[in-house]
Write a protein that binds this ligand. Structure first.
Ligand code: MTE
Ligand code: MO
Length: 506
């Protein structure tokens, strides 16, 4: 009896796995994100309430995506096992569970904005392959044959069939993954900047061990987005549309964008979800076309300063982000960026083009895989994060972070260095101070200021004495405002409070 139950569950699981893998392969050809697990995962991300999302990001960091996919697979396989068990009693019930499961996946895929007109196909394949395989496995394992000595006892035929389904599922799944990753974008040749920036100010990078390098290499840059599958955009198919409330809407392809004057800017980008002392910040030299020029080409004059106007930007994966129109027209030099640190954008960074708005958190100004910018009013359309209660004005708050020593580090007594970074994009950093335990605030040495839109390194030599010590940092921006001690969570407009950590000396 036990063997029969286990065999039935195995039939359900392997039939579903084969169906899902076949669907994944078909999706890799028509629309990767319509693959059942990815489509369902995408909808789970969409529907997850903001506090749960916050919790997931703070608990799992960037492992949140593999964990989400793993959970979807586990729940699916539990339901698949249930279908197998039901098959012992009723074919209709088992088929109903599989059809329901694949119908959910199909609906999830069809409702995703980027999945295209064949979004339903992978789920249909999953249903047909899943049901047919279940019937085949049930017959091969003699699960229901009353004349069989021990119904469901693993026979050679049955084990072969189950094993075959497992191997088939693995092969189709790997095939699908290979095809998805083979759709890698062909790279592009970056235009030269019209007025290249001089090399970085000497001393912007103090070269001190343990402090985040002034320029963040692309591979170390934090990544935050809702995409389960990094969009692989073919640069030949890509276009950028400027429309909405503009006199002359237009669409250009990548060659036309690259033919416009390109400028270089050093910009520090950070995420509103970054906790105090957190890692979701980086600085790079970006190359791109001024958004101001793009809107001028659409006939929008420089004096459109109505605070009720937003630019709703859309990415190729359907994500929407809203940016105050003024921030894309004023002299902060927001860019449609195509290059980072001298290279084309990497796929996960938004290849071939992304928005970058200095002084605003990424969620209101850094749309990756950018394809459309629509001028509209905040009360007419709302963006993804806005619908989830996040602020529409995402101005970066003044913050500072201790990079070295590490939290809970054990240090030898004597001379050591406390160091890190501080940022107040748009205002600039005037002063950084460090406090040891309840001692006085001591002024740190600052790295050279590359630009008020960039972070600044800082350090303070410290004669560490035996015992446990708390180190705290605070920054003052160039308006004279001292970083607030009030603690706030990232939701809805960015974390505040002082970064503090404990070390043990001796
Ligand atoms: N298409 C798209 N663009 C996006 C996002 C996204 O989820 N989808 N996330 C935004 C957020 S919240 C941030 S902080 C930045 C992060 O950019 P990065 O991953 O290059 O560091 O991208 C922004 N652009
Ligand atoms: Mo973000």
């Amino acid at each position: 009896m036990k063997v029969r139950t286990a065999t039935a569950a195995a039939c359900g699981i392997l039939a579903t796995a084969l169906g899902g893998a076949a669907a994944h392969l078909v999706a890799s050809l028509v629309s990767p994100s319509a693959s059942p697990v990815l489509a369902v995962g995408g909808q789970v991300i969409n529907l997850t309430p903001t506090p749960v999302k916050e919790w997931a990001v703070s608990t799992f960091g960037t492992a949140d995506k593999p964990i989400l996919i793993g959970s979807v697979i586990i729940v699916t396989l539990l339901l698949a096992a249930l279908a197998g068990l039901l098959r012992l009693r009723s074919r209709a019930a088992a088929v109903a569970v599989l059809v329901l499961l694949t119908a959910l996946a199909g609906a999830a895929a069809v409702l995703r904005p980027e999945t295209g007109s064949f979004a339903w196909l992978p789920a249909l394949v999953a249903a047909v392959v899943g049901v047919a395989t279940l019937e085949l496995l049930v017959s091969r394992t003699s699960l229901l044959r009353p004349d069989h000595a021990v119904p469901g006892e693993p026979t050679r035929r049955g084990v072969l069939a189950l094993g075959g389904a497992g191997v088939g599922a693995a092969a189709l799944g790997v095939g699908g993954q290979t095809l998805i990753h083979r759709r890698a974008p062909t790279t592009i040749t970056l235009p030269p900047a019209v007025d290249p920036l001089p090399p970085l100010a000497k001393g912007a990078d103090l070269g001190k061990a343990g402090i985040a390098p002034f320029v963040t290499p692309a591979k170390d840059f934090y990544r935050i987005d809702t995409a389960l599958l990094v969009p692989k955009v073919d640069p030949r198919d890509w276009s950028l549309t400027i429309d909405g409330d503009v006199p002359d809407p237009f669409t250009i392809d990548l060659d036309e964008l690259l033919a416009m004057p390109a400028v270089e800017r050093d910009i520090t980008l950070n995420c509103v979800s970054n906790p105090v002392g957190g890692p979701y910040i980086g600085n790079a030299r970006w190359l791109g076309v001024l958004t101001r020029e793009l809107f001028a080409r659409a006939g929008l004059e420089d004096d459109s300063r109505d605070p009720d106007l937003q630019v709703l930007s859309t990415s190729t994966d359907g994500m929407t982000i809203s940016t105050p129109l003024t921030a894309l027209l004023d002299d902060r030099d927001a860019l449609v960026a195509v290059g980072m640190n001298g290279e084309p954008l990497a796929a996960e960074r938004g290849f071939p083009a992304r928005l970058l708005t200095p002084r605003l958190y990424g969620f209101v100004g850094a749309t990756k895989w950018l394809t459309r910018m629509t001028v509209t009013r905040y009360d007419e359309q709302s963006a993804y994060w806005t619908e989830r209660g996040w602020a529409t004005d995402g101005t970066v708050k003044t913050q500072s972070r201790i990079d070295t020593p590490a939290p809970l580090a054990r240090l030898d007594p004597g001379r050591t260095t406390i160091g890190g970074v501080a940022w107040a994009q748009g205002r600039g950093i005037k002063k950084v101070e460090v406090r040891v335990d309840d001692g006085p605030w001591q002024r740190a040495t600052l790295g050279a200021e590359a630009d008020i839109d960039c972070w600044r390194q800082w350090f303070l030599p410290w004669d560490a004495t035996d015992g446990r010590h708390d180190l705290t940092v605070r920054a003052t921006d160039r308006t004279g405002a001292v970083q607030t001690t009030d603690t706030a969570n990232p939701f809805p407009s960015g974390a505040t409070g002082l970064h503090s950590l404990a070390v043990t000396v001796g």
